[in-house]
Ligand binder design. Structure first.
Ligand code: RAM
Length: 352
């Protein structure tokens, strides 16, 4: 398995059809994709289970890497794999796709929630129809899913970002956060832990979080938000962007601005998107886990639920293929991690 070298954009035939459908539907709706084959048989007519991946949004390079792992996992467990999802990460945009997956008889729905509650009623209906629900990347309210596949412990994701920004600004100065959408469970969890740690840890007493802005995981909006931050706070020492879309857009802005090399930028990014900005010294260090592992482990969790090897109880264990045994921890969470820090010394060792 080559989980940490997945190239972006890897898609199955069925997903390619979904992507084509996306293009034709983009002008009139945000719908795309089809579960196809989800009613219990595959193209060869053999009985099979189906697994539907429903990321926050389709047009996000991070999503492509996550789905690469999901497709690999689905292949390994012999499930019919498909992808459904919106083009923008707004709160309720996923609901029609959950409904579609349910109507088409999905066995497992794997979802990264754009909002912990907006997806609740449709996930409840999916469960009533027999689907198992695996949340990954961004959790739903726990009552709406069987298990959550989390990248890394939420607090650890927050702490690594604070450590990096503190190192990069010499432990003192004004900083801002450029997040994704204001409703994203994962983003809000990390921000909450960052705020708590800034208030409680004496090492960070001289770091002042001046504002939080939201680029909605849209590259253009994130670029403008980064620009706006520097206009509003010309003395800003650093920006933390805990989103791959946000950090890449902010790096793009800073790289051609007067702030290049003067204002620190860190957070969570994809090595392949950030490489040029590390090489041109706009960014010195950022972090991420291996996104493909999230999709891969989620597929095995789905199978374990279908096979009734696990129910989502704390202490349940299941085999996640090449990644070995996983245990369900407090809160119904399976941790994938750990995060890696990327900088000029190691970035060329990674290809995702
Ligand atoms: C963005 C999304 C995603 C998050 C990564 C780090 O692509 O917001 O949910 O986990 O960044």
């Amino acid at each position: 398995m080559k989980l940490n070298t997945q190239a972006s954009g890897r898609r199955s035939g069925r997903v390619a059809v979904a992507a084509a459908a996306m293009l034709s539907l983009a002008l009139t709706a945000t719908a795309c994709g089809s579960v196809g084959g989800a009613s219990g048989s595959n193209e060869e007519g053999t009985s099979t289970e189906s697994i539907v991946f429903l990321p926050k949004q389709l047009n996000n390079p991070y999503t492509d890497v996550v789905l690469g792992g999901g497709e690999e996992g689905a292949g390994a467990i012999g499930y019919d794999y498909s992808v459904l999802g919106p083009l923008e990460a707004s709160a309720s945009a996923q609901v029609p796709f959950i409904e579609q997956a349910t109507q088409e008889g999905a066995g497992v729905i794997v979802i990264a929630a754009n909002d912990p509650d907006a997806v609740g009623p449709s996930l409840e209906a999916a469960r009533e129809a027999g689907a198992k629900i695996v949340a990954f990347d961004s959790d739903t309210n726990p009552e709406y899913r069987d298990v959550f596949i989390s990248q890394v412990d939420s607090k650890d994701v927050a702490l690594v970002q604070l450590e990096m920004i503190s190192e990069q600004i010499g432990g003192a100065g004004d900083v801002a956060i450029l997040s994704a959408t204001a409703t994203a469970t994962n983003q809000n969890g990390w921000i909450k832990f960052m705020e708590e740690e800034l208030a409680a840890n004496a090492e960070y007493a001289d770091i002042n979080l001046v504002t939080k802005v939201y680029g909605d995981d849209d590259a253009d909006k994130s670029f403008k938000e980064a620009q706006g931050l520097m206009q509003s706070y010309p003395d800003l020492k650093g920006i933390i962007s805990p989103t791959t879309v946000g950090i890449a857009a902010a790096a793009k802005y800073l790289s051609t601005s007067e702030y290049k090399g003067k204002v620190a930028l860190t957070g969570l990014g994809l090595p392949n998107e950030m490489r040029e900005f590390v090489k041109d010294e706009t960014v010195s260090e950022f972090a991420l886990w291996d996104p493909a592992q999230l999709g891969y482990v989620a597929a095995f969790a789905g199978q374990a639920l279908i096979d009734e090897d696990i129910t989502g109880e704390v202490g349940d264990t299941f085999e996640a293929g090449d990644l070995g045994e996983r245990t369900i921890e407090e809160g119904g969470i399976v941790l994938v991690g750990p995060p890696t820090r990327f900088n000029a010394d190691n970035i060329d060792d990674y290809d995702f």
